[in-house]
Design a protein. Structure first.
Length: 68
């Protein structure tokens, strides 16, 4: 019983670590696409509305994480 409990805790620890790493990667992707969106706004000017950019950023970030 003791060994089983320890194995469960180690498994949980790995799960939390992997989950944290996935969140970190998703944050990096979202920061990257956010910076890209800001650059797009600077080049396009007022023509590129925020309402067009933000869904594009989130869709790209979500698809990247889903591919991973």
């Amino acid at each position: 019983m003791e060994g089983k409990h320890t194995r469960l805790l180690i498994g949980l620890d790995y799960f939390i670590w992997i989950f944290g790493y996935a969140i970190y990667i998703a944050m990096m992707f979202s920061l990257y696409f956010f910076a890209k969106g800001i650059l797009l706004m600077q080049t396009e000017g007022p023509k590129a509305q925020v309402s067009q950019i933000i869904p594009a950023i989130t869709n790209k970030a979500v698809s990247k994480v889903a591919d991973w």
